[in-house]
Design a protein around this ligand. Structure first.
Ligand SMILES: Cc1cc2nc3c(=O)[nH]c(=O)nc-3n(C[C@H](O)[C@H](O)[C@H](O)COP(=O)(O)OP(=O)(O)OC[C@H]3O[C@@H](n4cnc5c(N)ncnc54)[C@H](O)[C@@H]3O)c2cc1C
Ligand code: FES
Length: 269
């Protein structure tokens, strides 16, 4: 079982980097030494009050200088709005690292990253780690609704990523959905089959999973559904397992958030 810590950490920075999108960093040598790409943190956002009571899950977005962790988040509701008001030096309670994380590809495997919106958060960390051990370029399809939401383009270029960008309204990059790029890519005659790593909204992951079945590709998806406890207690994050007689459901917080696509029953997602 993975080691998990609960710490009150001090925020080093928390800045807006795109429309309704922020990057937050804090120092914790112990959490940084344990964290793997694909794992997440449960963060308490209630400051002195208990509101909101429940912690919120955020992927570990990257590690800097072996002692700083970063999260990338989009402001969508009460908790994330509160989070965006935290300032340098503010304390914040964090539990982690939680979840299984990604299986790293073998050195000779061709990887394809597909990220939708904040799905880039954990895939960025994975790319960062792979970049230290593999020197070839990684192919990534990254999609956002509109150019105003696009973040991290320069940082991804620094990580040796061969990036193709889509926006749904065509205001930057190629007009359309990130899954359109996947369709085109898989429609070509590929010399080597890629292993897909995907994170983003559920409908996007469902499409990608179905494509991976059609083309018989290994595919890992990182699920981002709602979570109440993050610790395997509330059962609120259950997803239906495909073909599992022993275990009808998986808990995203404990069994995931990363799953081989074939483990999930996508019909009911
Ligand atoms: C393992 C995991 C990792 C995650 N990593 C990140 C990350 O790196 N960056 C990031 O920005 N977000 C991430 N999320 C999603 C994040 O946890 C939610 O955006 C956050 O909890 C919203 O809190 P809130 O109080 O602002 O919104 P709430 O007030 O709780 O909700 C506002 C609205 O958003 C909807 N909503 C809440 N959570 C989600 C969700 N997960 N997907 C779609 N709609 C939702 C609610 O139904 C509601 O309509 C992750 C989720 C999981 C499970
Ligand atoms: S979030 Fe409570 S069991 Fe997974």
């Amino acid at each position: 079982m993975n080691k998990t810590l609960e710490e009150v950490v001090s925020i080093e920075f928390n800045r807006q980097i795109g429309i309704d999108t922020c990057l937050m960093g804090f120092r914790s040598t112990s959490l940084a030494s344990l964290a793997k790409p694909g794992q997440f943190l449960m963060i308490h956002l209630g400051r002195e009050t208990k509101d909101p009571l429940l912690r919120r899950p955020f992927s570990i977005h990257g590690i800097k200088d072996k002692n700083k962790l970063m999260i990338l988040y989009r402001i969508i509701g009460k908790g994330t709005s509160l989070l965006s008001t935290f300032k340098e030096g503010d304390p914040i309670s964090v539990i982690g690292p939680l979840g299984n994380g990604f299986n790293l590809p073998r050195p000779n495997e061709r990887t394809l990253f597909v990220a939708g919106g904040m799905g880039i958060a954990p895939l960025f960390f994975l790319t960062q780690v792979l970049n230290e051990v593999q020197k070839h370029k990684f192919k990534m399809f990254l999609g956002f609704p509109t150019s105003q939401e696009v973040v991290l383009l320069d940082q991804l270029k620094d990580l040796n990523v061969d990036l193709s960008l889509t926006t749904e309204d065509g205001s930057l990059g190629i007009k359309g959905l990130v899954t359109d790029l996947l369709d085109q890519y898989l429609g070509q005659r590929l010399t080597k089959r890629p292993v897909i790593y995907a994170c983003g909204p559920t409908p996007m992951l469902k499409k990608i999973a179905q494509k991976s079945f059609t083309f018989n590709l290994k595919c890992y998806v990182s699920l981002e559904g709602s979570m109440a406890c993050g610790l395997g207690i509330c059962q609120g994050c259950a997803v239906k397992a495909a073909n599992s007689k022993d275990k009808p459901y998986y808990y995203v917080c404990q069994d995931g958030p990363v799953f081989p696509a074939e483990m999930i029953d996508w019909e009911v997602m």
